[in-house]
Each structure stands twice: as structure tokens, then as C-alpha cells.
Design a protein around this ligand. Sequence first.
Ligand SMILES: [Zn+2]
Length: 206
Amino acid sequence: MINEPRKVKPPLQEQEVSSKKPQSVVSPQAKTEKVILNQVVSTEIKKVNQVYPSTDAEPQAVVVYCSDPRFQAAFQGFIHEELGLSEGKFIPLVIAGGADALSNPMRLPKEFKFMKDRLELYQSRFHDVKRIVLIGHEDCKYYESVRDRIRNFMGSQLSLSAQHKITLGLLPKVIASFVAPKVSVEIYFAKFVDETHSEITFEKVF
Ligand SMILES: [Zn+2]
């Protein structure tokens, strides 16, 4: 019996490479790009390695507001100074449109469920939560898109802000089924002081 030389199968990776296309030669430009990329990544890692203080959290409220960047500083000021809630005393739920995602459970059921699930979770997880604060704001692009999608607003001759405030005013009834009896609901509307849009003030809707 003749001993045939054993055929050694190349490793799988090699097989795959050879069956597809010849190994590519890395161009000098690609090498340079890789070096630059590595430098960027290592810089990012350095930044991530900084440390920051955590917050002692004993939340007494959930505050739901829109992510519109024009209003963030005003929201923070209002929450701290007028609602009396410092960092750690409230759970921020920041999402496009804020509470508007709750506004139409029949026509926007997924958005309603997303918000409902979280508000229920916070109430069950944090037993000191006694307030749900919902804040809408003037010129909210999310609210405008919802209104345009639904197109069933009575009195559509009203301004966007007026329609928005009516919608917000209906929310306590809409969310009553999952708000614990010990939890109160407050609703506010943030609006520009004048046409310059340089200052913002808040009014109570409910
Ligand atoms: Zn908004």
C-alpha cells in the first residue's frame, strides 16, 4: 500500500478567502486611514475614562417634557426653581413631544403604550413618586406632526398653541386608569415671552 501524502485542509478562514477573491493588498492610503482611525479611537477612550459624580436619587416626581433643544435650559430652571425639584428628586422622561405621546391612545396606540409602560414602571419602582408633571411647549414640531397625522381636531381655526393646550388639558382623564391614587398630575405649558423667542415662561394648564 502506497502512503499518499495526507491532504491537509486549509483552515476555514483561508478556504473562504481563497474561494472568493485574491487577498487584497492594503494601499498606503488605507494604512494611513487606519492609523488616523486608531488615534481617534484612542482619544475617544481617553475621554470616556474621565469620571463624574453620581446623584443620590430619591425621586418624588416624574417630569415628562420634550427634547426640543431650545427649551432645555428653561425646563431645567422651571423644574428646579418653580417645581422645587433638584437633581435626584425627579425622574426626567425626555422624548420628542413629551406628554403628547399620550394624547391619542386610539390613533397612536404604540406611542401611548410606550409612555404608559414607563410611567407605570416608575410608579411601581419608586414608591416616593407622588407627582407626575407633564410639560408641553409652544411651537412643538412633534405636536404639529401629530396634529397633521390625526387631523381630527375640533376648532382647527385655533392656533397651534391653543390646540396644544386643549390636548394637554385632556390628559388627566386619558391617563387616569394607570395613575396611582396617591399620585397627582400637573400639566404646564412653556411659551415664548415675545416674538424674539429669547425668553420662556410657563403657565399651568391643569
Ligand atoms: Zn417639542
